[in-house]
Design a protein around this ligand. Structure first.
Ligand code: AMP
Ligand code: ZN
Length: 465
């Protein structure tokens, strides 16, 4: 059955045709490792995981690459501002490399907690400087570059279809920002190589390398062109990332790669993810990032409830986060876990046709642009379907979970959050004082947190709703 996906490049849903039959190469822009990944970042990695799992479910051989940005990402996407890694290293009084290694290791732990399948490789920008210099040399030879006092720039006017991914109106952009051009020839031109301050003014950077143009560091966009093509070839199937990358980062990756490699389109399908919002605004590191996964864990949330919450919204739709929504997702997720462990118990004879029919319907749903919300609803429908016996339901749930990655097969003990335990204690006190009204109120608050409290002869028992 074909996989349909929305391709940003052509602004329409298309049937996926791989470059090599049965195989797919996917490149995902990875984290800039100067701080913890917040839950907004993590929504993007859950979306990446979903896409990859759908291809695996369709029996594709998947090669997936996620880069690690450990140099060159400036505070402004327009090649100005401080390098995020340098700034963090200064602030923490550490070596940039140690900062990068620490946040990278936390990131990997987060992915593990979210049951996200690791990529085949995590190339680091700092380990590919030589290749970046080589690519800039090719662009220079082909006449796409020029030098300013602060770096080597890509001349976007030399590429006739520059900006096609974002459908940029170049003339309007050029007219609007002429004043801020500085030494740049065109507003949309971007840095391939930036000179270290040491080359002109004496201030040194921790991360800098020698190059044919002077000591410096690579631009953020060249990193992704180099690392994707090194591992996936000069043309590949799918590139993913957050939607904010469309007008600058991904537009510039395309420009460099098509100019250097001459393969058009460089990437055949572009998939962009919508954001996690809070109060209608994008969750972002510069605004504090809202929560990390560990912070949610401390509040008694299972990371997989967060994943469940992400999957209840289509990847192309914004998702407004709140602790209440997460709590509702946690209740649903834990109900799902309880049901699957219950129906696993007594094996019954299964009807092959029933299972095949349901699998076919599920495949149709998720092959339609990775429709996880519809896929989850279908799973719930299956679990309620009286025509299916428990073993059939169980086999289907575990099969569908190859796409969701919600760990339905493994039974874990459901932990009672601290807050619930505290409320239960308060309720016990209220009952002791025969304050029945307060005791009932507390019971309702416990219910809202997804737990029930039963009074037995032996005392009170807390159970998941
Ligand atoms: P960064 O570490 O800042 O380079 O971001 C890593 C990834 O997280 C990028 O692909 C971003 O597009 C993505 N991202 C950042 N903020 C959000 C958000 N609020 N919702 C979803 N994805 C995000
Ligand atoms: Zn990138």
């Amino acid at each position: 059955m074909p996989i349909k996906l929305y391709n940003t490049l052509n602004r329409k849903e298309e049937i996926f045709v791989p470059l090599k039959k049965g195989q797919v190469g996917i490149y995902s822009c990875g984290p800039t490792v100067y701080w913890y990944q917040h839950i907004g970042n993590l929504r993007t990695y859950v979306s990446n995981d979903l896409i990859k799992r759908v291809f695996l479910y369709n029996k594709y051989k998947v090669k997936h690459i996620t880069n690690i940005t450990d140099v060159g990402h400036l505070t402004s996407d327009a090649d100005t501002g401080e390098d995020k890694m340098e700034r963090a290293a200064k602030k923490e009084g550490k070596k940039a490399e140690d900062v990068a290694n620490y946040y990278f290791s936390v990131f990997k732990k987060d992915l593990e907690n979210l049951n996200i399948i690791f990529p085949n490789a995590w190339p680091k920008a700092t380990e590919h400087i030589k290749e970046m210099i080589e690519l800039i040399k090719i662009l220079e030879k082909k006449g796409f570059t020029y030098k300013t006092s602060d770096g080597i720039y890509f001349d976007t006017s030399k590429l006739k279809d520059y900006g096609k991914l974002a459908r940029l109106d170049i003339e309007k952009l050029q007219a609007g920002k002429r004043i801020d051009l500085g030494e740049k020839k065109n507003t949309t031109d971007f840095a391939l190589w930036k000179f270290s301050p040491s080359a002109n003014s004496g201030g040194r950077r921790q991360q800098e390398w020698d190059s044919p143009w002077g000591i410096g560091f690579p631009g953020w966009h060249i990193e992704c062109s180099v690392m994707s093509s090194k591992y996936l070839g000069k043309q590949f199937d799918i590139h993913t990332g957050g939607q904010e990358h469309i007008p600058v980062h991904h537009t510039n990756e395309i420009a460099q790669s098509e100019a250097a490699f001459g393969k058009v389109p460089w990437v055949r399908y572009w998939i962009h993810f919508a954001w996690l919002l809070s109060g209608g605004k994008k969750v972002s590191k510069s605004e504090g990032g809202l929560y990390t996964l560990s912070e949610l864990k401390e509040k008694g949330f299972n990371p997989l409830s967060f994943k469940y919450m992400c999957l209840t919204t289509h990847y192309k739709k914004p998702l407004n986060f709140s602790l209440e929504i997460l709590q509702t997702s946690q209740n649903s997720y834990e109900r799902l876990k309880n049901i699957t462990s219950e129906i696993k118990k007594n094996r019954q004879k299964t009807n092959k046709k029933n299972i095949e029919n349901a699998k076919k319907q599920f495949l149709e749903i998720i092959n339609d642009d990775f429709n996880s919300p519809k896929g989850l609803s279908f799973l719930w429908e299956i679990l309620r379907d009286e025509r299916l016996n428990n073993t059939e339901k169980y086999e289907l749930a575990i099969d569908f979970d190859e796409v969701f990655g919600l760990n339905l097969e493994n039974e874990e003990k459901i932990e009672i959050p601290k807050e619930v335990k505290k409320l239960a204690k308060e309720r016990k006190e209220a009952r002791k004082k025969k304050n029945w009204r307060e005791a009932d109120e507390i019971r309702n608050r416990i219910k809202k947190l997804g737990f029930n409290i039963n009074d037995t002869e032996k005392g009170s028992e807390i159970k998941k709703l």
